[in-house]
Design a protein around this ligand. Structure first.
Ligand SMILES: Nc1ncnc2c1ncn2[C@@H]1O[C@H](COP(=O)(O)OP(=O)(O)OP(=O)(O)O)[C@@H](O)[C@H]1O
Ligand SMILES: CC(=O)C(=O)O
Length: 473
């Protein structure tokens, strides 16, 4: 009996932008192995988003690919305004950042989206622009503008992100723009909404209430981007569905040498508390302009896979980069290789909550102990499959079946889970044989392969957690 090759466990998230928003490029990304498409609401107009979501769904259906969509809300991030052309700033130049109602007075002049900035900062504060691309010092605080001295040269474009490390900003959890973007997210039936600058668990509850009120079913990704979030990390992990280590902002808000330690700690806590996690930003940054990654990038991606993150994320690499498809291919090949090369096994310390999770752990132990076995999980809400995923089977891949297409799409962002839509039938034997036949047709299992099947409706009328061990016919 030959064994089919194991699907890649680590999921790949691609940010879509001008470099990749055509149906053709979306198709190429899917074929290269993308699992989730991210739309960054900091840069996206609503009509563009609606059109891109339509193209993604159509292309995914055409290629029979299970693709989830993630709307990333801008959150209370401080952003500069639109410029007709980028400024080429040199050390010693002066730039003004003014309220949107104020007229420009200097040649280098832009607006800011947060009026409160002028009250929150002081002369002498350092401003970090564009994830550390340019540093400035605040020289003057006037009633309608800040005058800043450029400390390091760089190209200053539109809607640049500003960080003020260590400065307490009085920003709300969700802005008016976020609420307007959220309404479009729900209208587009997005699978995930990412919340930027989450600072405590109450922020997640607030977002969940808004999603519920709008009638949406999106799951929530909490982006960990500053020290306040790190202080409340366990509560945030428990309140969210997925955690993102958003290294762009995090790498500015904490001392840079702490970043790998914080990444590892967040992933370890996610494994312990049973939540999924994403490692994001600068994974293959040099490939925005170069066709091959640096050795350091390959090692960084490998590290995230060794830590068993659920997903790695591409940002500028796929939204504006020159080699978006190659980036996905590079992640795909690093993941395939690293997944055969050991891992940190943080899941060994997972807290098992309740009987269901203990049953799942038992099913995984069984599947891992039998050569070439795989797990098949029937799941209505996706919970059984994500719980199995966070327990990180060592050898057995997880194939999940749900009768709910939303659940199936959401499972595109669960490590090691390949999900399919399939009706729940009254006759469990038929339900199982239909699922196994589909896996055989897709070349994912072969006749005679050992299968551990888990579900709560596999015993006819009796609703009970069951584990069935059999060989595929
Ligand atoms: N939909 C879009 N339309 C136009 N430009 C975009 C779009 N999405 C991304 N970009 C551009 O690509 C760059 C990288 O964006 P991306 O969302 O991939 O990364 P990011 O690190 O989250 O960016 P930022 O910090 O600017 O939000 C952005 O700074 C922006 O210039
Ligand atoms: C993804 C993102 O927002 C960050 O890394 O800061």
């Amino acid at each position: 009996m030959s064994t089919p090759s194991r699907p890649r466990a680590t999921k790949i998230i691609c940010t879509i932008g001008p470099a990749t928003d055509t149906s053709d490029m979306l198709g190429q990304l899917i074929e290269a192995g993308a699992n989730v498409f991210r739309l960054n609401m900091s840069h996206s107009k609503h009509d563009w988003v609606r059109e891109v979501v339509f193209r993604i769904r159509r292309k995914a259906a055409e290629l029979q690919a299970n693709i989830a969509i993630l709307f990333d809300l801008q959150g209370p991030s401080i952003r500069t305004g639109d410029l007709p052309e980028p400024y080429h700033l040199k050390k010693g130049d002066t730039l003004e950042i003014r309220l949107s109602t104020a007229k420009p007075e200097l040649p280098f002049s832009t607006t800011v989206n947060y009026d409160g900035l002028l009250q929150d900062v002081q002369v002498g504060h350092t401003m970090v622009v564009d994830n550390g691309g340019i540093l400035m010092r605040i020289e003057e605080v006037r009633p309608d503008r800040l005058i800043c001295k450029v400390l390091t040269e760089g190209v200053f474009g539109s809607r640049r992100h500003i960080n003020l490390p260590g400065v307490a900003l009085r920003l709300p959890a969700l802005t008016e723009k976020d609420l307007a973007d959220l309404a479009v997210a729900v209208e587009c039936e997005t699978d995930y909404v990412a919340m930027s600058f989450v600072r405590d668990a109450a922020h997640i509850a607030q977002l969940r209430e808004h999603i519920d009120n709008l009638g949406g079913r999106a799951q929530i990704v909490a982006k960990i981007e500053d020290q306040q979030a790190i202080r409340h990390i366990d509560d945030i992990i428990l309140a969210a569905d997925v955690i993102m280590v958003a290294r762009g902002d995090l790498g500015i808000e904490v001392s840079i040498e702490e970043l790998p330690i914080i990444q590892r700690r967040i992933i370890r806590h996610c494994h312990r508390l049973g939540r999924r996690c994403i490692v994001a930003t600068h994974m293959l940054e040099s490939m925005i302009t170069q066709p091959t990654p640096t050795r350091a990038e390959v090692t960084d991606v490998s590290n995230a896979i060794f830590e068993q993150a659920d997903a790695v994320m591409l940002s500028g690499e796929t939204s504006v980069g020159h080699y978006p498809v190659r980036c996905v291919e590079v992640l795909d090949s690093i993941a395939h290789r690293m997944e055969r090369s050991g891992n940190l096994n943080f899941a060994a310390s997972a807290i098992l909550n309740g009987d269901r999770q203990k049953a799942t752990k038992a099913a995984i132990s069984l599947a891992d102990s039998v050569e070439n076995a795989c797990m098949v999980i029937f799941t209505r809400r996706g919970l059984a499959a994500t719980q199995a995923a966070v327990l990180r089977p060592e050898r057995a891949p997880i194939f999940a079946f749900s009768n709910d297409p939303v659940v199936v799409r959401q499972l595109a962002l669960a490590r090691d889970v390949t999900a399919f839509e399939s009706p729940f039938l009254k006759d469990p034997a038929r339900m199982i044989s239909t699922a196994l036949n589909l896996l055989k047709e897709k070349g994912l299992i072969t006749s005679g392969q050992p299968v551990v099947i888990q579900g709560d409706s596999l015993q006819g009328e009796l609703l009970a957690d069951s584990i069935i061990f059999m060989r595929a016919e």
